[in-house]
Design a protein around this ligand. Structure first.
Ligand code: HEM
Length: 155
């Protein structure tokens, strides 16, 4: 029950974790080009992306560390786990790359705050969101991959 609920929310939340950084990436890239000022709404958008990513991180960690049989539990239940690409993806690669993406976003967006020049701030936000969009795009369990899942959460 808990497993299904967390997996459902994590699965649905992926679209926020992918699309919101994509929208902010587009907006900040445009701001760099037209030399737009760094407005309060830009700060709020970065906060929104941070919250969305951190919620996804917590859900993922809860699944990986305890609830999902494909996370930490699979190390003890499956011998030669690292030789199986699907099990290795869920037990190691998926979480590690997503943590890397979210960690890089935190580092880059925090460093944007310290900059004083508006264009430099927008450029740093572009970098922060681009890292998330690229790593999530590469690491998503798209249908058709050996470890692929459907595009919408299973009801
Ligand atoms: C932006 C970050 C992330 C995205 C977009 C994402 C996306 C997904 C998707 C689409 C699924 C499949 C859901 C389904 O079956 O419908 C999934 C499952 C899962 N994710 Fe993530 N994830 C992210 C971060 C993380 C992190 C940081 C961890 C762990 C540290 C993690 C651990 C897991 C686990 C354990 C599963 C469940 C496998 C299972 O039992 O079926 N995820 N994730």
């Amino acid at each position: 029950m808990l497993y299904n609920t967390l997996l459902f929310i994590h699965s649905f939340w992926r679209w926020l974790a992918f699309l919101l950084p994509l929208v902010v990436l587009q907006r900040s890239s445009r701001a760099v080009i037209v030399r737009a000022p760094y407005a309060p709404v830009d700060r709020k958008l970065i906060l929104a992306v941070t919250i969305v990513l951190d919620v996804q991180l917590l859900l993922g960690l809860a699944l990986w560390a305890g609830v999902s049989p494909l996370g930490l539990q699979s190390f003890s239940s499956t011998p030669h786990l690292m030789k199986n690409p699907v099990l290795r993806y869920w037990a190691v690669e998926h979480g590690a790359l997503m943590v890397l993406a979210i960690g890089a976003f935190h580092g880059l967006s925090a460093s944007a705050k310290k900059l004083t020049d508006d264009r430099a701030k927008h450029k740093r936000v572009v970098m922060a969101c681009a890292v998330v969009v690229i790593l999530v795009l590469v690491n998503m369990p798209w249908p058709g991959r050996p470890y692929g899942r459907s595009l919408l959460p299973n009801m």
